[in-house]
Design a protein around this ligand. Sequence first.
Ligand code: EPU
Length: 429
Amino acid sequence: MTKYVIEGGYKLSGEVTISGAKNAAVAIIPAALLVDGTCRIENIPEIRDVTLMLDLLRDIGADVRLINRNCVEINASKIRTTRADYDMARMIRASYYLIGALLGRFGSAQVALPGGCNLGDRPIDQHTKAFKLLGANVDVQNGYVFAESVGRLTAAPIYFDVVSVGATMNAMLAAVLADGTTVIENAAKEPHIVDLANFLNSMGANVSGAGTDVIKVRGVKKIEGGTYAIIPDQIEAGTYMAAVTACGGEVLIKNIIPKHLDCITAKLVEMGAEITEYDDSVLVKRTGELQKTNIKTLPYPGFPTDMQPQATVILSVANGMSLVTEGVWDSRYRYVEELRRMGARIQVDGKTAVVEGVEGLCGAPVKACDLRAGAALVIAGLAASGTTEVEDISHIERGYEHIVEKLTAIGAHIYRAEVPDDAALSKAQ
Ligand code: EPU
């Protein structure tokens, strides 16, 4: 077992460079299955979810070549099956994009129901509704989603009942090669939706309106190869901004699109951060005391749910009482129990957390229960007095490229420690 050991209480200073966006990469890599020819994808983050997605493509016969650790070339001309490996697919949420891409290109997909972070109920009814509206037969059997069409999919109007990132992207993937113009209404507007549309258009697709709540996909007969660079990760950038706000200090966060961070910047400023925006970087500084504020997570451009745990850590040591309301997921407060071990005073009632700021947190052994919860516990450890040990870090490494190295470079005292797991220990005894 590997854990992070953190000696807290140090201010952060220096520069950190943000990697490519996880949630864009895990949609754009399967989108390469729609491409007739080779496509080169640059700025992919070196994280476990991306590695798994590339393995899933390799496993069905795609030619996947890593040019370097952040660049890959994919050619899907020799796909041997449209059935994805069950165990691999259920390890990540984003494996559901294989359904849209395989169905759109080959008229058939068999993919396990997806896994991913445990955030409460995570249905995919809006995905399957979109595929059915486009003319596919969709069924769930033995843990697999089976989707099939006779010939090309046929364009249709799709109105989503809830704003869903995954369903919006999957509908786009399935509609790219469909016959006619698909209109997706009540679409999600996250930066990665726009990135997927830009990727598809750069390969010859005809997608307009991404970034608004109505997206039009005019079906084309084929899309061809090209080169595309993924946008910087909004949530990774927000996580480092939150770390500086929690610990104090001054850090330049580079390789970002400041506009994507507006919703995060506004709240961190309310909490006491000073943030200066440049063309492709932000300088985050915090010298004064932290202040309470209220937060409600919402689909973009609202405050992102994927920043809720990190923001709650800051509020747990701010002056006064804050209210945090989770507006996207049913259950995203499982990390609160771990934060309490560090001295946080937080009461959760359904979707609301009442956060009573304390003087300071103190280090403790804690467990990451999901990706962003893990990032939040790392921030808590950096801001706390004493030593924090974060276990189950595989969750964190699913989504943060070289987090230990990046934090160390800005003055954090954090290292990875190998510890024998219980099974190895009892064998040795
Ligand atoms: N929903 C439905 N039916 C569906 C799909 C979604 O009811 O068919 C509901 C969900 O239960 C949820 C809401 O709609 O209440 C939004 O879910 P969405 O589909 O937008 O989430 P997702 O696509 O499964 C992606 C990110 C998550 C991020 C959410 C919200 C990926 C791989 N995952 O999930 O990222 O929290 O959007 O922004 O892109 C993370 O990176 O840590 C992470 C969990």
